[in-house]
Design a binder for this molecule. Structure first.
Ligand SMILES: Cc1ncc(COP(=O)(O)O)c(C=O)c1O
Length: 425
């Protein structure tokens, strides 16, 4: 049987935690591997789009490609009605690879070189600029786009959140006076669409934060109109809707976000010159995050001042715990019912002490060869991987909606790793 495609009849989302199923995948493909659940992704995407259509009939989510930049997954999301939010040339090329172009692409730039902006213009993407100086930059390079947008940074007006930090310390976006100047300047660019964007939260679970962002942006759209006469066609409220990584956290109430934001729309925008104003977002994590897992095998145990279990995955496969101290739930296959009677640091094999998937975590007793699931790894997981210590990034598998498992990205090889080195004479 081809290792790229195995049929498991009747396999479904719950089977992603089945010991025998995962063991057979581990035997076929080897660990570590990521696995994504197509059915979960599709039904979550449907629910998300349906809920936010209460906010605006033309609502669209531009999936943040950086969260899960695999064209097999992007294709699924586009089929469900999403656009793509790209932030780099590679992400634009991925969009192009699956036939997405035009205003279905939001290109959110920051400190971006001209060749990337030119490619975005060639694809007729919505180009979202991050600084007032980029207006002159585009003019100088004769790259005035058909679709323009600016990213607003509210500075001291918003408190920010834990992951993204406070807006005044963030490198992104234009200040209020710069925003006004930017729209006044591009008034004669004759763009087909003009947007207004912000992104002030990351992995936020407080629903009211997003409602406040919607209010802030509706108010700003009105201010821009009053001060410059420019009528923005849409506001992009950014991404950042969080997911409950920790077992005691609750999912964000997106019904509340859509309903309460709509109330602000009705109060502020309805009946004005800006009505109808399209509303879009660019969430990534909330769409695919819960539907991906990283599976790894325990290769060592170590007992010193603490108890350690060492995995065959490392921070190069999933950076979030080491980088942000982020929590990812861990379960040990076949031991779901065993009491968590041990306390472990769960480590990778990088020569870095922060290469830990969990610190002082209560878990059932673990043995070498156990299979470990690292949960909620479907966004900003594989994509943040890197090659420190020459570690190779793992493969990605997809449990398809028909129960088929396919390999949608092979693991890196040493030929890939050393392919850029000029041979030593
Ligand atoms: C500009 C922009 N948009 C959208 C996102 C997606 O964020 P999330 O996946 O948390 O929704 C990010 C995340 O880094 C971002 O920088």
């Amino acid at each position: 049987m081809s290792p790229l495609c195995i049929i498991y009849l009747i396999m479904n989302s719950a089977d992603l935690f089945s010991h025998s199923f995962i063991k057979s995948l581990a035997q076929t493909y080897g660990t570590p591997f990521y696995i994504y659940d197509e059915r979960g992704i599709r039904s979550n995407a449907k629910r998300f789009l349906e809920t936010f259509s209460a906010l605006s009939p033309k609502y669209k989510n531009f999936f943040a490609v950086k969260a899960l930049p695999n064209p097999h997954i992007l294709k699924i999301l586009v089929e469900e009605g999403m656009g793509l939010d790209c932030s780099s040339l590679a992400e634009l090329l991925l969009a192009e690879m699956i036939g997405v172009s035009g205003p279905d692409i939001m290109f959110t730039s920051n400190n971006t070189p001209i060749d990337e902006l030119k490619k975005a213009k060639e694809l007729e993407a919505k180009i979202n600029l991050d600084d007032i100086s980029h207006v002159e930059y585009l003019e100088r390079h004769e790259t005035i786009p058909d679709h323009i947008c600016f990213r607003y940074n509210p500075g001291p007006l918003r408190s920010g959140n834990k992951t993204i930090g406070i807006p005044e310390e963030a490198k992104y976006g234009l200040t209020l006076p710069q925003i006004i100047e930017a729209y006044a300047h591009i008034a004669n660019w004759n763009c087909k669409t003009i947007g207004l964007h912000t992104m002030v939260a990351s992995n936020e679970l407080d629903a009211s934060f997003f409602v406040e962002t919607a209010r802030m942006m509706f108010t700003l759209a009105l201010t821009i109109y009053e001060k410059t006469g420019v009528r923005v066609n849409y506001v992009n409220l950014g991404g950042g809707i969080g997911i409950p990584y920790q077992p005691d956290q609750k999912p964000i109430d997106i019904v509340f976000v859509a309903r309460e934001s709509r109330k602000h729309y009705d109060d502020l925008i309805k009946g004005t010159e800006l009505d109808p104003l399209e509303i879009v977002t660019e969430n990534g994590r909330a769409i695919t995050g819960p539907h991906g897992l990283l599976y790894s095998t325990v290769i060592h145990k170590k007992s010193t001042y603490r108890e350690y279990v060492g995995l065959d995955a490392c921070m190069a496969n999933l950076m979030r715990p080491g980088m942000y101290g982020a929590y990812h739930h861990i379960s040990v296959l076949g031991k779901h019912k065993a009491p968590p009677s041990m306390v472990y640091d769960v480590t990778g094999g990088l020569c870095e002490n922060n290469d830990k998937f969990a610190i002082q975590r209560e878990l059932p007793p673990i043995e070498v060869d156990d299979l470990v699931a690292i949960h909620d790894a479907g966004a900003h997981g594989h994509s943040m991987g890197f090659n420190y210590n020459g570690k190779l990034r793992s493969k990605e598998l997809l449990l398809g909606k028909d129960g088929t498992v396919s390999c949608i990205r092979r693991a890196e090889t040493y030929a890939d790793l050393f392919g850029t080195i000029v041979p030593v004479s």
